[in-house]
Design a protein around this ligand. Structure first.
Ligand SMILES: [Zn+2]
Length: 275
């Protein structure tokens, strides 16, 4: 009973039936999927909190997108895709934390379907030698450069992966500026995307400060852990994503892509306020 998924139950048996189907290009929604580790490692917590996706499940997800003719686009092209006002089904693939298993497990599966993705690096844990973050090995700069030469994009996930809203403005600026500079120095490619670590604080003032800093440092877009599919009205710097892991069987995965998981955004805000 401990693993009962109330969110899955409500998504599949209630919200899937009442989610408004997209009727025009104006209400186009684009799912931005949030993966972390692609590995078979088991996790002890409730499946809602899991961050591992087994390679077999990940392959099944990519195969589904391929079969259903989803067009995998990059974060930078999101706005263009909304403005195109066509009915192409688009999806964005993102990976947080820069784990080594992106290189060993995810990359070959992405290549099989000719899909691109954006990987967000906490640069303090990416080195020439292998370092670990949260007990898991991270990619090295050589591996970053290798997959980048094959079409993978990189964004910043700060330097030290701290809760930014606990830091001073100067410290936040350093986290977002130094990580961007480091990735650009190591890859020679401009970094435009930022991924906010941990839960995104529902604090207007903090959002304004962070947006100003991101713009100042040259970012053009960003993603968060706020749950939902993205639409044209979202703040480009703090776009919602859909968390995905091994527990996402195809039925649940499909419901998430179709926007039937978006309802969870409101309870998520509510819980954050009371924590
Ligand atoms: Zn992270």
């Amino acid at each position: 009973m401990i693993n009962f998924r109330l969110d899955r139950f409500l998504t599949l048996y209630l919200f899937r039936h009442i989610t408004k189907k997209q009727t025009s290009a104006d209400d186009k929604r684009i799912p931005i999927l949030m993966y972390h580790s692609i590995s078979d490692e088991k996790e002890k917590s409730h499946p809602y909190y899991h961050v591992n996706t087994s390679p077999a499940v990940f392959d099944a997800h990519m195969s589904y997108l391929h079969e259903k003719n989803y067009s995998v686009i990059n974060l930078q092209d999101l706005k263009k895709s909304f403005d195109a006002r066509d009915s192409t089904k688009c999806v964005v693939l993102t990976f947080d934390d820069g784990f080594y298993d992106f290189f060993t497990n995810a990359f070959s599966i992405l290549k099989k379907y000719n899909f691109s993705a954006t990987v967000f690096l906490p640069t303090g844990f990416i080195h020439n030698e292998r370092l670990s973050f949260k007990g898991k090995e991270c990619m090295t700069w050589n591996e970053v450069r290798h997959v980048q030469s094959k079409g993978i994009n990189f964004g910043s996930h700060t330097v030290t992966h701290l809760q930014l809203n606990n830091l001073s403005t100067k410290e936040i600026e350093n986290e977002i500026k130094l990580s961007k500079n480091k990735i650009e120095d190591e890859t020679g490619i401009m970094v435009e995307s930022f991924s906010y670590p941990y839960a995104f604080p529902e604090n207007k003032e903090f959002g304004i400060t962070l947006r100003t800093l991101l713009k100042k440092c040259g970012y053009t877009n960003g993603v968060t852990t706020k749950i939902g599919t993205a639409n044209n009205g979202d703040d480009t710097f703090f776009q919602p994503r859909l968390p995905v892991n091994t527990a996402d069987d195809i039925l649940f995965f499909e419901a998430k892509l179709q926007g039937s998981y978006d309802w969870l955004n409101k309870p998520q805000i509510f819980i954050k306020r009371f924590k």
